[in-house]
Ligand binder design. Structure first.
Ligand SMILES: Nc1ncnc2c1ncn2[C@@H]1O[C@H](COP(=O)(O)OP(=O)(O)O)[C@@H](O)[C@H]1O
Ligand SMILES: NC(=O)OP(=O)(O)O
Length: 321
């Protein structure tokens, strides 16, 4: 049962992946940020799109994990909380804020036939994914060199310097292979409802017969969002971040902002090292995967406020075959 616009035209299906700036860095910031984020999302609904919202959780999952670790240090009877459970917690509280902000924005615009639901989403990963031996995903807040050394020594964290901005804890980030709750997500989307799903790329789980066992990892949300977009046969994967377009020679005197990229061109730029690992690189890689997954699919990378303009072809970097 596909949603039809009043004109009879088939609705465009969009998976919109929210970056860090769409959520803010703290609980009070998040409440404010999601109000602006919701406007951009409801703009797309008014444009005639069926929307599924995904989001990152790097700062949030680190904060939750730190808080839970502090609790268990204070009370040894309280075992430490696995990272997979921390991802679940981050999905729930981010979803809670997004759900309420989206509901309010829909009602403010007189849209009363769409309800919003967050699906706690698990992503299956492979137990032998090489990423488990090479932690790369930054989580939590930035630290000074001294704080990082303390965390390494006392908490056993692996810390890495992040592009001159300070130190952050890094954890394993395996590739998502399957979205466990895809059936429920699809049913809601096809019923015309607004779904928040696959937060933080999904809770990483490994299959053991019928049992799903949480993995100590944080999936990259760009790859989780790509997989869900492919599974839902979306027309667009929109990756929202803090830049309007992807650049080559980023922050150099010969910087060039790109309107369009084919997967071949994007691969060439990746080989030249044009996109920073852990930031723009996974976005471009996810965009290539989506664009190549079926004919007619377009990935867009742009600013939150430009989401509507990007589906109208007015801005952003489009990646398509
Ligand atoms: N080639 C590039 N073109 C544009 N932005 C780039 C490039 N390389 C690195 N970046 C940086 O990557 C950032 C996006 O990554 P990040 O902040 O990790 O994303 P998120 O919005 O998902 O939290 C941009 O804001 C920009 O500062
Ligand atoms: N899980 C994830 O990719 O989160 P960020 O986008 O916040 O890094």
């Amino acid at each position: 049962m596909e949603q039809q616009e009043k004109s009879g035209k088939k609705k465009r299906r969009v998976v919109i992946a929210l970056g860090g700036n769409a959520l803010g860095k703290s609980l009070p910031e998040q409440i404010q940020a999601v109000k602006i984020t919701s406007k951009a999302i409801v703009d797309l609904i008014e444009e005639g799109c069926e929307v599924v919202v995904t989001h990152g959780n790097g700062p949030q999952v680190g904060m939750i994990n730190n808080a839970m670790a502090a609790l268990s240090r204070e009370n040894p009877a309280q075992p430490n909380t696995p990272l997979s459970v921390c991802v679940a917690m981050s999905q729930a509280y981010i979803g809670y804020d997004l759900q309420n902000a989206l509901r309010e924005e829909l009602l403010n615009r007189g849209i009363t036939n769409i309800s919003v639901a967050t699906i706690i989403t698990q992503s299956r990963v492979d137990a032998d994914d090489p990423a488990f031996d090479d932690p790369t995903k930054p989580i939590g807040h930035f630290m000074t060199k001294e704080q990082a050394a303390f965390a390494e020594k006392n908490y056993g964290y692996i810390m890495k310097e992040d592009a001159g901005r300070g130190y952050r804890r890094v954890v394993a980030s395996p590739m998502p292979r399957e979205i466990i709750e895809i059936g429920a997500i699809r049913a809601l989307v096809e019923a015309g409802q607004l779904v928040v799903a696959c937060g933080g790329g999904g809770i990483p789980v490994m299959r053991n017969g019928n049992h799903l066992k949480g993995a100590s990892a944080v999936i990259d949300k760009d790859f989780g969002s790509e997989l869900i977009a492919e599974n839902l046969e979306a027309d667009y994967l929109i990756i929202l971040t803090a830049v309007e377009k992807v650049a080559i020679n980023y922050r150099k005197p010969n910087e060039e902002w790109l309107d369009e990229l084919t997967p071949e061109e994007a691969r060439r730029y990746i080989a030249e090292g044009q996109f920073a690992p852990g930031s723009m690189l996974p976005k471009v890689e996810a965009a290539i995967r989506f664009a190549e997954s079926a004919p007619g699919r377009t990935a867009l990378i742009t600013l939150l406020e430009k989401a509507r303009d990007s589906v109208l072809g007015k801005t952003g970097t489009q990646i398509h075959t």
